[in-house]
Design a protein around this ligand. Structure first.
Ligand SMILES: Cc1cc2nc3c(=O)[nH]c(=O)nc-3n(C[C@H](O)[C@H](O)[C@H](O)COP(=O)(O)OP(=O)(O)OC[C@H]3O[C@@H](n4cnc5c(N)ncnc54)[C@H](O)[C@@H]3O)c2cc1C
Length: 397
């Protein structure tokens, strides 16, 4: 079997998943060429939540200290009823949580997190970052794989990692399972200066206001300079949309029925942008010969577990670990990677949908049941519920 060290490993996509993969495999001594479609490497200006499992991955990938320096360490995950403006429950994220999972829960600006990975990749002699390089497909034989680019160029390597996101071209060839599923959930994002956030809501928490077919999330970012606002309504939007600017009036339309305190949060948003969320059913077939999928290309999920990027980083940990274990047998390395990552990511994909349905968006009796069940739990109960996820490193389970 040809060694994955003979030629560089190709990575399609320079999002958090692709950069994490480049870094992970560089640490195991593999060269890579990262091919990014956009003309510059970057991330959208919004926030991201990071469970302790993300910090396990940062440490493995050698960026633990830099990533920790960018994060805001929140005290609680807080669940509010958007109809009554009463707290339903909260999960303490203090010492007991950190001791239990060996790491904190935090929130971070996406650009800052992407920047941590980008800097580390730029500092590595083993990583070649190329922009304006859209991968449209691949050809492979017994010795190599060639990524075909949109401009007609071919780039040849030992393996190809498809980290090219929700609309992955690599996945089109590996699985050929059509377009992602449109969830019908519309998300609007805004980032506002902290002084524009109502003072009585400047909580050091990731706060979720859950209402019938809608919810609001907010948390501080970037050393408390700004607040991230994400509001979502389940309005059966039929078509995928990404990053379309919208007016505040349009955002407010899905929130006419919630408490005025929850509505007021929206009125503070500026420069709202809209996404119609998509995901997929879990699909086991992530590997085609010398080609493997990673991150959203492999397991796109709704954001309700706040785990898509965390799982992409865990993928990077697992892939680099398997390649280092089987450097001369890529088929075993890729199959072990797939076999280990599929059950865990499938569980997160399916639970993300379930959380949306049963925690974020219920109405009437369903919402009352949610409130009764969730308010009866202690933080320790939630730690037990989440142990399978937050205790994970990406290498098992
Ligand atoms: C509203 C919302 C909130 C979220 N909140 C969280 C959260 O709190 N915590 C969390 O962990 N996750 C969260 N996520 C999920 C997270 O954003 C994604 O799972 C994660 O960014 C996926 O990373 P990726 O690198 O796999 O894909 P992407 O970030 O999509 O990166 C793919 C990259 O590939 C490039 N590309 C695309 N096609 C090609 C091609 N053909 N050739 C070359 N390059 C290509 C793209 O330009 C892009 O740079 C959220 C998602 C949403 C929508």
């Amino acid at each position: 079997m040809a060694s994955a060290r003979e030629r560089p490993i190709l990575i399609a996509g320079g999002g958090i998943g692709g950069l994490a993969a480049a870094l992970g495999i560089a640490q195991k001594g593999f060269r890579s060429i990262l091919l990014e479609k956009a003309s510059a490497l970057g991330e959208i200006g919004a926030g991201i939540q990071l469970g302790p499992n993300a910090f396990h991955a940062f440490d493995y990938l050698g960026v633990g200290e830099a990533a920790r320096g960018m994060a805001v360490y929140i005290d609680q995950l807080r669940l509010m009823d958007a109809l009554t403006a009463q707290e339903i429950t909260h999960v303490d994220l203090g010492d007991a949580f950190r001791v239990r999972f060996g790491n904190p829960y935090a929130v971070v600006h996406r650009g800052d997190l992407h920047g941590v990975f980008l800097k580390a990749c730029r500092n590595s002699d083993l990583i070649d970052l190329r922009v304006s390089s859209e991968v449209v497909g691949y050809d492979q034989d017994g010795n190599s794989v060639t990524a075909r680019l949109a401009d007609g160029e071919g780039v040849t390597g030992s393996l190809l990692v498809g980290a090219d996101g929700l609309w992955s071209n690599v996945r089109k060839q590996v699985i050929a399972d059509g377009r992602p599923r449109v969830s019908g959930h519309t998300t609007y994002r805004s980032v506002i200066p902290t002084e524009e956030m109502p003072e009585d809501l400047r909580w050091n928490a990731a706060t979720l206001w859950a209402g019938p077919k809608c919810h609001i999330v907010h948390y501080p970012l970037s050393g408390w300079k700004v607040f991230n606002l994400v509001v979502t309504c389940h309005n059966d939007a039929p078509e995928p949309v990404a990053g379309k600017p919208v007016s505040e009036d349009e955002v407010m339309q899905g929130f006419a029925h919630v408490h005025e305190r929850a509505q007021a949060i929206i009125s503070h948003g500026r420069n709202w942008k809209l996404w119609v969320l998509c995901d997929r059913d879990p699909a086991e077939h992530w590997v085609d010969g010398r080609v493997a999928l990673l991150g959203d290309a492999a397991h796109p999920m709704l954001q309700y577990f706040a785990q898509g990027a965390c799982q992409a980083m865990e993928d990077a940990v697992c892939l680099s670990h398997m390649l280092s274990q089987h450097p001369d047998d890529y088929a075993t390395a890729l199959e072990n990677y797939r076999a280990q990552r599929f059950p865990r990511t499938a569980r997160v994909q399916l639970l993300s949908r379930a959380i949306g349905e049963h925690i974020y968006h219920p109405a009437g009796d369903h919402a009352r049941l949610r409130n009764a069940i969730m308010s009866a739990k202690t933080s320790e109960d939630y730690y037990d519920d989440l142990a399978w996820l937050y205790g994970g490193t990406g290498l098992a389970g």
